[in-house]
Design a binder for this molecule. Structure first.
Ligand code: FES
Length: 158
């Protein structure tokens, strides 16, 4: 990890104002922000560790735990909720044995719940990476996830 951190730090001056871009680059390099990396970043930009941890946990774009190969985001906005998103959510959690924000043991999927993604006409909707799947019901969702796990090159349905 040290080598990767040093290669990120090499493009910065170690100024407090560089905190966010440094965290972003470190996350890109490591895939997430392990505690040790956050401590090193704090040292580098000369800020208290607590402050850097605070920033890393505040912004949704930063991840303090390793993430799966594929990111499932289920919309829990109003339109999706009304059309049964919570039943879909239950099935996803069941099939993958994860809670919200968790990653499967095989590191294949991370499950997240998000606010409206602007595809309400297709409610309930989820995305897996950059593919959108709409008009879901629990069975269709299970099939989609299983198929995606077997062959992630399968196309999404808009
Ligand atoms: S509420 Fe789900 S896409 Fe808008």
């Amino acid at each position: 990890m040290e080598e990767q951190l040093n290669s990120v730090f090499a493009s910065y001056q170690g100024e407090k104002s560089e905190l966010i871009p440094v965290l972003q680059d470190v996350q890109e390099e490591l895939g997430y922000l392990p505690e040790e990396a956050i401590r090193e970043v704090a040292r580098f930009v000369r800020l208290p560790e607590a402050k850097v941890f605070g920033v890393a946990t505040f912004y949704a774009r930063f991840h303090l735990h390793p993430r799966g190969e594929h990111i499932i985001r289920l919309c829990c906005g109003t339109a999706c909720h009304v059309r049964g998103a919570s039943k879909v959510a239950d099935r996803v959690k069941d099939v993958l044995s994860v809670g919200v924000g968790e990653t499967t043991e095989d590191m294949k999927f991370t499950y997240e719940e998000v606010a409206c993604i602007g595809a309400c006409g297709l409610a309930p909707v989820m995305t897996i990476d950059d593919k959108t799947f709409g008009k879901l019901d629990p069975d269709k969702t299970e099939k989609t996830i299983k198929k995606f796990g077997e062959d992630s090159s399968e196309g999404g349905e808009a």
